[in-house]
Design a protein around this ligand. Structure first.
Ligand code: NAD
Ligand code: DAU
Length: 347
């Protein structure tokens, strides 16, 4: 396989790149990433010199570049992760999401179609999507693969749009596509604009922990390496034309999650128990804040034999340890523009 991974310098992408580079020395991995604020080559320091790994700095909106990558490297598989991924940023700047998530994905689909010239034998275009396309649940129920789309933020609308385009290329041109829709990931290398790493960073800085609304919104959390394992499984065994939901069977209200995080951190830092919880501050709610996401992941379990392997307590503890051991990473990503973003969002 000659695999083009887009967005491989980001949070999930870097775990996918590492897994494939290390587990499949016979595959050649091309990581195409624009290195936006969310992309960071430090995430891949340990494998950057591997023989089967190549980094290409570039934009999925650049059609000429995409064409040349497919031609030059004889790409056989695509794992498409590159995206603008933060809901709050989509509320302040929706166009950036349409550009990368919709136009960029369309360019990539066209480049694959043209390069593969309808000879699809041994090819696969794997699109990574999110559970947010299904909308928001009430107190009960789950998202299934056939749940109707009901995106409610500019981010989820742009991802839904890209999913529709991927399916349209399958139905119209027979492009061999597969899609997965995953719940909230957490783990090492998560950019501290998202809830868990933002709160870890703020606790380390002695800053308030901003909880939107009453903290009652529910998310289903999955350890990022379990997601990378699911992606590996679908790359190899996922059926063309199919969609697979991926989730952690692990629902938490934001407030309960942050309390657990505070307690684990206090214990690791030998703080007085309850010290970090005092930083919790309820702030103005996110506009259009989806109440609850919950994934039914029985299809990927029954058909491909994947299930999450890391419990939440264990995953959260590993995540905190990583941030405590990688303070330089945290300092680097929070220098520069981050302070600007933080003060616009929260102050
Ligand atoms: P991220 O924001 O951490 O990383 C995105 C990466 O894409 C960055 O490296 C960035 O530089 C790159 N990128 C952005 N625009 C680009 C462009 N125009 N051209 C090339 N590269 C570009 O995102 P993430 O959290 O790792 O998410 C990766 C994918 O997984 C996204 O498609 C996201 O929608 C999806 N997803 C994320 C989660 C989650 O909880 N984080 C859950 C389900 C699905
Ligand atoms: O469900 C999958 C999605 O999960 C992915 O598609 C997105 O890319 C990813 O960012 C994530 O979206 P969320 O909006 O759920 O994640 P976030 O970490 O931004 O927020 C998690 C919850 O915490 C959500 O209910 C909003 C809340 N929150 C978030 C932040 C940043 C707060 O209460 N305070 C905060 O400061």
């Amino acid at each position: 396989m000659n695999i083009l991974i887009t967005g491989g310098a980001g949070f999930i992408g870097s775990h996918v790149v590492r897994r494939l580079v290390l587990n499949y020395p016979d595959y050649t991995i091309y990581n195409l990433d624009k290195l936006t604020y969310a992309g960071n080559l430090e995430n891949l320091k340990d494998i950057q010199d591997a023989k089967n790994y190549n980094f290409i700095k570039g934009d999925i909106c650049d059609k000429v570049l995409l064409q040349s990558i497919f031609d030059e490297h004889k790409i056989t598989h695509v794992i498409h992760l590159a995206a603008e991924s933060h809901v709050d940023r989509s509320i302040t700047n929706p166009l950036a999401f349409i550009e990368t998530n919709v136009v960029g994905t369309s360019n990539l689909l066209l480049a694959a179609k043209e390069a593969w010239q309808d000879n699809y034998h041994g090819k696969k275009f794997y699109h990574i999507s999110t559970d947010e396309v299904y909308g928001s649940l009430g107190d009960s129920g789950f998202f299934y693969e056939n749940t109707s789309y009901d995106p409610r933020s500019p981010y989820s609308a742009s991802k839904a749009s890209s999913d529709h385009l991927v399916r349209a290329f399958y139905h119209t041109y027979n492009l061999p596509v597969v899609i997965s829709n995953c719940s909230n990931n957490y783990g090492p290398n998560h950019f501290p604009e998202k809830l868990i790493p933002l709160c870890i960073n703020n606790i380390l800085q002695g800053k308030e922990l901003p909880i939107y609304g009453k903290g009652e919104n529910v998310r289903d959390w999955l350890y990022v390496e379990d997601h990378a394992h699911a992606i590996d499984t679908i790359l190899h065994d996922g059926k063309v034309g199919e969609t697979y939901n991926i989730g952690g069977h692990n629902e938490w209200t934001n407030i309960d999650l942050i309390r657990l995080l505070c307690d684990q951190l206090d214990e690791k830092l030998s703080n007085e128990i309850g010290a970090s919880q005092k930083l919790i501050t309820f702030v103005k709610d996110r506009a259009g804040h989806d109440l609850r996401y919950a994934i039914d992941a029985s299809k990927i379990d029954n058909e491909l034999g994947w299930k999450p392997s890391v419990t939440f307590e264990e995953g959260l503890s590993k995540t905190i340890d990583w941030y405590l051991e990688n303070k330089e990473w945290l300092e680097n990503v929070t220098s520069g523009d981050y302070a600007n973003y933080y003060s616009k969002m929260y102050e």
